[in-house]
Design a protein around this ligand. Structure first.
Ligand SMILES: *Cc1c(COP(=O)(O)O)cnc(C)c1O
Length: 406
């Protein structure tokens, strides 16, 4: 047993944009005894999760499940489809886009980073017209892949992936489309097949409400064809053997059995609520959060309402206020974790996660913790965000979520 020098009363509020709180139902499912991963019972579990996860990505094609964090699935997406020295076009939306680009460099690829100047790129989504213009210039088709982040977790911006697909098609360019939806999947609308995505990367600890530890590659037939020619070294990440074993519900190595129990439960929960209801619930909580931020008189990090994230909201601090000090005070006083600002935004904002297993009252407690924390930090607030959020939630009760529960 882990020995801590104290344990605060009540539940910790884990309001960072991943890992998100793990529902008791999932924790209980994960406590089943670990079974033989070559046995008949495991095969049934494997076949079930491999079939149901496709419904979340909205794909008819294989979804690879790795016993790894999201970062591993990033590497898998690149190393299965590309060759050393390949040019890839990436878009600077924030910290996670930047990390993925660094990884591409480490793997021996030649990433080109498009973006808006300064922190503008960290306040708006992917600009499909810039991608289209760059691809039109690439008449020799040197660019092998376009890589974008769907929900940029460092800023709270959800880019329009269908528009990126249209930009690639408008340029008549054959590049693969690789998308990081590590924090979008299961919270924000996502359509792997319909949007013509070749590889979607995702992870367990955000919208899927699981602990960290498994991650995903949803792959198109075009991506599988590319993997036959791709020359980057890969062993553990190689799709071929995994797809072969997965046909019967097994893996070529020992999979994360207990996380797969959890995944099975999470899929039952999400599909039981209905994906559209899940998305509507997130949109509603995100709108209530934004109303709170505006009522406080503070600025939302995302500067384009068309791409507001349903997963998290970035709250910018007034000049001279250290966002990390506010966060630290909230953590110490109210036992609530908020997301730290990353990279270019360090110290200038904090992130409120409202994803996964979150409802009206979870959100209200979260916003109350933020409001009290801002007050005791001496931040001058224009008004009560808590009241503004309550007013919105109480006057918007006609949601699919509540209807489904009636
Ligand atoms: C969380 C996250 C990652 C990193 O995933 P890990 O599981 O921490 O490796 C990458 N991209 C985005 C958009 C994320 O939200």
């Amino acid at each position: 047993m882990l020995t801590l020098d104290f344990h605060p009363a009540g539940r910790h509020f884990l309001q960072i944009p991943g890992p998100s709180p793990v529902p008791d139902r999932i924790l209980r499912a994960m406590s089943y005894p670990t079974i033989d991963h070559r046995g008949r019972e495991f095969g049934a579990l494997g076949r079930k999760v491999l079939a149901d996860i496709k419904k979340i990505f909205k794909t008819e094609h294989p979804v690879i499940i790795y016993p790894a964090s999201g970062t591993g699935a990033w590497e898998a997406a690149l190393s299965n489809t590309l060759s050393p020295g390949d040019a890839v076009l990436m878009f600077e939306t924030g910290h996670f886009a930047t990390l993925w680009k660094k990884m591409a460099e480490s793997l021996g690829l030649k990433p080109e980073f498009l973006g808006l100047p300064g922190i503008e790129g960290w306040r708006r989504g992917v600009q499909p017209d810039m991608i289209e213009a760059r691809l039109r210039e690439d008449t020799g088709h040197a660019i092998k892949a376009v890589c974008v982040v769907h929900n940029e977790t460092s800023t709270g911006v959800t880019s329009n992936i269908a528009a990126v697909r249209r930009a690639i098609d408008a340029a008549g360019h054959p590049a693969l489309l690789l998308v990081d939806s590590i924090s979008g999947l299961g919270s924000a609308d996502y359509r792997h097949d319909e949007w013509g995505v070749d590889v979607t990367v995702s992870g367990s600890q955000k919208g899927l409400m699981l602990p960290p530890g498994i991650s995903f590659n949803a792959i198109s037939p075009k991506a599988i064809a590319a993997s036959k020619q791709a020359k980057l070294p890969r062993a553990f990440w190689g799709w071929d053997e995994i797809i072969e074993s997965n046909k019967n519900g097994y893996w070529p190595y020992t999979p994360s059995t207990n996380l797969l129990y959890g995944l099975s439960e999470a899929l039952d929960m999400i599909l039981g609520e209905g994906l559209d209801n899940v998305f509507a619930r997130h949109q509603r909580l995100a709108e209530a959060t934004r109303r709170a931020v505006r009522a406080w008189g503070l600025e939302i990090q995302c500067a384009d309402p068309a791409v507001y994230s349903p997963v998290l909201t970035g709250v910018m601090m007034p000049e001279g206020v250290d966002a990390d000090a506010v966060r630290q005070r909230i953590y110490e006083r109210f036992d609530m974790s908020l997301g730290q600002a990353l990279g270019k935004m360090r110290g200038k904002m904090f992130r409120i996660g409202h994803l996964g297993d979150c409802n009206d009252l979870t959100l209200m407690a979260t916003l109350a913790g933020c409001e009290m924390g801002l007050k005791i930090s001496g931040v001058a607030l224009a008004g009560s965000g808590v009241t503004a959020a309550m007013d919105y939630l109480a006057s918007h009760t006609d949601t699919p979520v509540l209807k489904a529960a009636a």
